[in-house]
Design a binder for this molecule. Structure first.
Ligand code: R5P
Length: 295
């Protein structure tokens, strides 16, 4: 049971208003909404609907597309909150730019380190994120950062579905630990595919040549995020060739850019289930409990 903290205010940005309300309810905190105005040139102006308290302020806003606009609004809310309190927890459930955590090709900017400095400069004193793309990314932050996970909740969601002889699959080596955690919470086994992405074109290829033990089984592909859907489409096509039964997808952040959802369904995926770090048609798993504990 979460202790009541009446001196706490939760500010909800437009990208995460529903989640922010849920967090406020769980904490017994005041909720302060925001109003957004978009100018003809694309600039946004964000205004708080009420004056927050002087105690701890939790600013909740994801930075999914339009990433830069949501990021600027998050920074603006943090800086406004800082005028009222010295204790500002920024909750960015989906942290955009987390994949730009290192210099993959010479000359590339490690943009995540720039974001880390911006959040601190705006006034955040602590950061909470959900299933950050890699732990390497966390090293760029000089304020305390807590990475919580939706994987267990996703696994519990799938446990309620009637799957036949389920097997958990990571589409790439980087996600192996995530798939292992999901499989452990579900109480089944997991395997990992080998994926290669061309760093220049972004093209994805599955390098695993064949698999034993998937025939006739229901598979759950587990990933941190779906952007264009390229990784999931390639993995599904490969798994279908191995004569599996149905393919499901569990991911924390369903960006589903452009026609990603359509492409994934066309590839043969029966259902996509994601968390409400990004609200949408697939976001069936709520992270407000984990967020409330972390702040
Ligand atoms: C990559 O390492 C990530 O975990 C995701 O698999 C990837 O970012 C998804 O992107 P897309 O949907 O565009 O393939």
């Amino acid at each position: 049971m979460v202790e009541l903290l009446s001196s706490v205010t939760v500010i909800g940005g437009k990208a995460s208003e529903e989640l922010a309300k849920r967090v406020a309810r769980r904490l017994g905190a005041d909720f302060v909404g925001s109003e957004l105005r978009v100018f003809p040139d694309g600039e946004t102006k964000i205004t708080l609907k009420r004056v927050p308290g002087r105690g701890k302020i939790i600013v909740v806003n994801s930075t999914y597309p339009p990433v830069d606009s949501n990021l600027v609004q998050t920074l603006a809310l943090i800086s406004k909150a800082r005028q009222h309190s010295a204790n500002i927890v920024a909750v960015i459930p989906y942290l955009g730019y987390a994949r730009q955590d290192r210099e993959f090709l010479p000359g590339e900017v490690v943009t995540l380190s720039v974001i880390a400095r911006l959040l601190k400069a705006a006034g955040a004193t602590k950061l909470v994120v959900v299933d950050i793309h890699s732990r390497t990314g966390m090293k760029h932050f000089t304020i305390p950062i807590k990475n919580i996970s939706a994987i267990e909740e996703l696994a519990l969601f799938f446990k309620k579905m009637r799957l036949k002889n389920p097997l958990v699959v990571s589409p790439d080596l980087g996600g192996a630990k995530r798939a292992q955690e999901f499989a452990k919470s579900y109480g089944t086994e997991h395997i990992t595919l080998e994926k290669r992405r061309d760093r220049k074109t972004g093209r994805v290829q599955i390098m695993t040549s064949s698999l034993d033990g998937v025939k006739g089984r229901d598979l759950v592909l587990v990933d941190d995020m779906i952007s264009t859907g390229g990784s999931i489409v390639k993995a599904t096509e490969f798994l279908k060739k191995q004569r599996c039964r149905r393919v499901f997808v569990a991911c924390t952040h369903a960006l589903l850019v452009g026609n990603a959802e359509k492409k994934i369904r066309k590839a043969g995926v029966s259902r996509i289930v994601s968390a409400n770090t990004i609200p949408g048609s697939t976001s069936a798993v709520d992270v407000s409990k984990a967020v409330s504990k972390a702040v």
